[in-house]
Design a protein around this ligand. Sequence first.
Ligand SMILES: [Ca+2]
Ligand SMILES: [Ca+2]
Length: 427
Amino acid sequence: MRRKRFGLRTITGLLLAGLVAAGLQSGTATAAANAVRGPDLALGKSVTADGAHAGHPAGNITDGRQLSYWEGPAGAFPQSVRVDLGGTVEADQVVLELPSGWEARTQTLAVEGSTDGNSSTSLSGSAAHRFDPADGNTVTLDFTAREVRHIRVRLTANTGWNAAQLSEIEVYGSDDDGDPQEPPVDGTDLAFGKPVEASSTIHSFVAANANDGRTETYWESGGHPATLTTELGADADLSGVVVALDPDPVWAARTQSIEVLGRAQTSDTFTSVRARADYTFDPGSNRNTVTIPFTGRYADVRLRFTHNSSGYGAQVAELKVMGTAAPNPDLVVSRPRHPPRRTPSPSARPCATPGRPPPPPPSMSAWKAPSRAAPPSARSPPASPRPSPPTSARVPGAVTRCPPRWTPPAPSPNWTTPTTAAPRPTG
Ligand SMILES: [Ca+2]
Ligand SMILES: [Ca+2]
């Protein structure tokens, strides 16, 4: 069953009304509204482009950072960049971004969608779109909801630079995967009461709170990235995880960016079983519970968190690992359990080394340094009102944030090149 769009506009309206009533400023309201928009279905997904400037590869376009961008080869229009969403979704909005501090420019572009990577349909026809720092250098394109797996943006002109430029492509709509309103994944909860450990913990919100069977107790990390790992004791055939926060409405809606990893009992390393994606926890629409399906035989399951729109560390009240025990004849006889693997806290270890060095800063000739302090990135909304579950005083500012890892894009299917060349920009 296809889930309904999250009722986000309704939620946003109610939230905005509440914030206005509370006398908060519009900037706070906007950030909060962004926080409850559905997950970005393109985040972390594979990207290919016709070409790219060596320092600004296509992968920058779904890395969740507005500051990092893709740039096409100089002087070569048209240019296309394509995102494979990994599965068919029903999309009705694409958001395009440039770094928020750049001077205004207009890019002529069209957005197309495809279910098979070959035939495509127009989602937003070719038109000139202005990227303006006054609007966060963000362009939002709404269109009639369509089922797509691939999104392609074709750019034919850029008034600000002699190449196509985009720092983020975000896709919104509904995604059949991870539908919190669908029946839970199969099997029983194999994580209840099992050993669980976290990369960091703040105050008394310890990891053991995450599988004690009570949603009123929760684990919270001391920043991001953070991991929560549960050891099932033996391999099991898994169908997914259920991640819950307290459904009490005192918890405001929030989005957490989560990757799921698994490790078989014969392996020493974790592998990703579900790519990083944004999941919205909302007491009003999904009882603050998110289901993340995957399949595989694993003994240990790890959640890796890289963002929480509430502005605090990763938060999990209950982690359920759903599945059934796997045949395991030699568990006791021949294979000792792994020794405990404790990861030092983020404050005690350096940031993870990304898969490649970060791109150099943009050439000064490409954009003017803003005369004032650049506005905060749209990726860093201020903290939403903190829920008021029992807690002692927080220690703000103690968190060391690490950059998200870069994931190399997977090859995407060929995409039929349009028969008509797009017009070149004049001048
Ligand atoms: Ca980016
Ligand atoms: Ca709990």
